[in-house]
Design a protein around this ligand. Structure first.
Ligand SMILES: [Zn+2]
Length: 442
């Protein structure tokens, strides 16, 4: 079976080029202009559309093993496919947590049946309690590449230091949910208007940046690798940039919801917008968007966190933290980036591939593909002989609500949100799994 993606723009090695792409069985065979159409079985017309590698999410909550969940790995994997993802990193704050080899193996054996690749993280500390390190040697031997206590930050500086030493010794990544528990205690929203209006305690930006500062200090002199999860504070981004300039082995992700949704969304008390770290002020959002546009951030990661409605009910104080959003990640982030370029009327992407909007789209696609791949120590590129894991996206698709019918959980912050752009088709190893936004074969 030979398929030609004709007349589109291909994202190769961080750049756009006008070219056709020929796929044969599971592989990319050629990327070039004017490829011969006569000898192919199928032509996918890609005028006005972009062909890119499938996306990688560094931060998904797959909720397995879990208790009383509506969503499960199968439904979440389908939602991820619709979002254009081929690989997701599953967090380890499950019930019980993935803090030993047996649990990690058990989760992996289930994930092997899913249509997408799951990279399962393990916790950094036993029981995710922040006191004693897990058995890094056994877990790394079993195949674990990423360790994270996500859901909470590692408070004890000595434990964090030991974790970074283990990272250096075993060549693995420590991903940190940077949050000082004392500064965040009891908080549920950003400080300022949100906390004042709802009369609740806040999680200020400094609760994050103070831990980022500490971890960067700890990393100096240790050749370990630190990844900053869901960066939401201006000062965290500044510290991260400085650390990168100094040559530390550090990477960072930002979420679509922190880029698109300001803290004023919580004013009505809608618990769909309750998330940790909380939605921030517009000036912080602008700073984070700049961090995507200038290439500071390595990745846009979703922090996709399904909850059954029962856990999102009740007051803002009582409801659980977390939102879904893996199906809408690309359009949500693209919409946020568009607003920085186009202050008023939206228009279609022009033909000049060097224009600011194309550069912005390139930054976004890097943060969804090659950036997270590098964090995982991989490289991906749509070149001949590469596995044909690719998406066809329409960046100029009219603003619309993305139907999130694959979610069983109702905690999508994008319900009712008009988003620009869409993921049309997804192919994994040459097999079409999403057609016009619908899962077809997974
Ligand atoms: Zn987290």
């Amino acid at each position: 079976m030979r398929t030609l993606f004709a007349g589109g723009v291909v994202f190769v090695g961080g750049r756009f080029c006008r070219a056709d792409l020929l796929m044969e069985e599971t592989r990319v065979m050629a990327v070039d202009r004017g490829l011969d159409r006569s000898d192919v079985d199928r032509v996918v017309v890609c005028e006005g559309r972009v062909i890119a590698p499938t996306f990688i999410d560094l931060h998904t909550h797959l909720r397995y093993p879990g208790v009383d969940e509506d969503d499960d790995p199968t439904s979440i994997a389908r939602a991820a496919l619709v979002g254009g993802y081929g690989v997701i990193v599953a967090m380890a704050n499950t019930q019980p947590p993935i803090d030993r080899v047996e649990r990690w193996r058990e989760a992996n054996s289930l994930f092997a049946t899913l249509p997408i690749e799951v990279v399962q993280a393990a916790t950094v500390t036993l029981g995710r309690e922040g006191h004693r390190l897990v058995d890094f040697e056994r877990l790394v031997d079993a195949g674990v590449e990423i360790f994270s206590d996500d859901g909470s930050g590692i408070q004890d500086s000595s434990v964090m230091r030991q974790a970074l030493v283990a990272s250096a010794e075993f060549g693995v990544l420590i991903a940190q949910h940077s949050e000082d528990a004392a500064l965040a205690a009891g908080g549920v929203v950003n400080d300022g208007v949100a906390a004042d209006a709802l009369g609740v305690a806040s999680i200020p930006e400094v609760a994050e940046s103070v831990m980022v500062a500490r971890d960067i200090e700890l990393l100096k002199g240790i050749p370990g690798r630190l990844h900053l999860q869901h960066v939401s504070a201006r000062e965290s981004l500044n510290l991260f940039r400085q650390a990168k300039r100094e040559g530390l082995r550090i990477s960072a992700e930002v979420t679509p919801h922190h880029l698109l949704l300001p803290d004023t969304r919580v004013l009505g008390g809608d618990t769909r917008f309750k998330v940790n770290p909380p939605l921030r002020s517009v000036p912080t959002q602008m700073a984070l968007l700049q961090g995507v546009l200038d290439g500071s951030f390595d990745a846009v990661a979703t922090d996709h966190a399904p909850h059954p409605d029962s856990r999102k009910r009740g007051s803002y104080q009582e409801a659980a933290f977390g939102m879904v959003g893996i199906s809408e990640a690309m359009p949500a982030t693209w919409t946020a980036l568009w607003r920085t370029i186009e202050s008023g009327e939206r228009r279609k992407l022009g033909s000049d591939l060097a224009s600011p909007e194309w550069i912005a789209l390139g930054r976004l696609l890097s943060c969804l593909t090659s950036g997270p791949a590098e964090v995982l120590g991989r490289s991906i590129r749509l070149a001949p002989q590469a596995r044909a894991d690719l998406v066809v996206i329409d960046p100029s698709a009219e603003p619309r609500e993305i139907p999130s019918r694959w979610y069983r959980s109702g905690n999508s912050p994008y319900r009712g949100e008009m988003l620009i752009g869409r993921v049309d088709d997804v192919f994994l190893a040459g097999r079409q799994v999403v057609d016009e936004g619908e899962v077809v074969d997974a």
